[in-house]
Write a protein that binds this ligand. Structure first.
Ligand code: MN
Length: 248
């Protein structure tokens, strides 16, 4: 009898192929199956769900199971599933993103979008991010990623649903547990800085002060800020079903 194939697990992110969080995720998930990484060749944070159609894409085979692509996270998933991988993956894991992907950030995130793209293609997927900015402790996130991946490989996910996971930047023993949450609501404080370049021409830089959040009780933001791992099920259908009747 032939040996049963180990599950194929595809990894992607938006922080780029060199990101420490991606390496931590690859190491952690390699215990569960064959891990193949297909990730952007540079940081593509906030790339959203964009797909490159105006130019060809190139993939570089860097080492065993590691490929970089000169495109977006969504490009990576598309190339991987449609051509680079020897067979269809059983799971797509995105991250571990450097910095949280909470609330409305989800729609900008290339990391979350790569999991969305996998979901669109019918492959179970989760995105994982670590809160904070710099000096990350990936240990807690990496070991939870392995538990979660094993569970998804065993049980699958509901149709058109992906999991958005945010982990507090704490040593594993300081993490409170796992909370099932909903997407939070950000109070926007986005700013655009206008300055002049050395030739006197204006340029603009999108930035923002530290955001604040509405306190709704059961959101991703509140869970993470209280030391819990936040697990939010996201659905691909953006329809606001409650408004359909009203519009009719
Ligand atoms: Mn990122």
């Amino acid at each position: 009898m032939e040996r049963e194939e180990r599950p194929l697990i595809l990894l992607c992110n938006d922080d780029g192929i060199g990101a420490v969080g991606l390496k931590a995720l690859a190491e952690s998930l390699s215990a569960l199956g064959e891990v193949v990484v297909v990730a952007p060749d540079r940081e593509r944070s906030a790339a959203g769900h964009s797909l490159t159609l105006s130019r060809p894409l190139r993939a570089s085979h860097l080492s065993d199971g590691w490929y970089s692509v000169d495109g977006t996270p969504t490009d990576c998933i598309t190339l991987a599933v449609m051509g680079l991988l020897p067979r269809r993956p059983q799971l797509v894991a995105a991250g571990i993103n450097h910095g949280s992907k909470l609330d409305d950030d989800v729609s900008y995130s290339g990391t979350v979008s790569s999991a969305i793209e996998a979901t669109l293609q019918g492959i179970p997927a989760f995105a994982m991010s670590i809160a904070g900015n710099g000096e990350f402790n990936f240990q807690g996130a990496a070991s939870f990623a392995r538990r979660l991946a094993a569970e998804i490989l065993r049980r699958g996910l509901p149709r058109d649903t992906l999991l958005n996971v945010n982990v507090p930047n704490l040593p594993p023993e300081a993490i409170q547990g796992v909370a099932i949450t909903r997407q939070g609501r950000r109070v926007y404080s986005e700013t655009v800085v206008r300055k002049l370049d050395p030739r006197g021409k204006a340029y603009y830089w999108i930035g923002g002060a530290d955001p604040t959040w509405e306190r709704l009780g059961d959101t991703d933001y509140e869970a993470v800020s209280n030391g819990w791992i936040s697990l939010t099920p996201l659905h691909l259908d953006l329809t606001n079903h409650r408004v359909i009747d009203e519009l009719k």
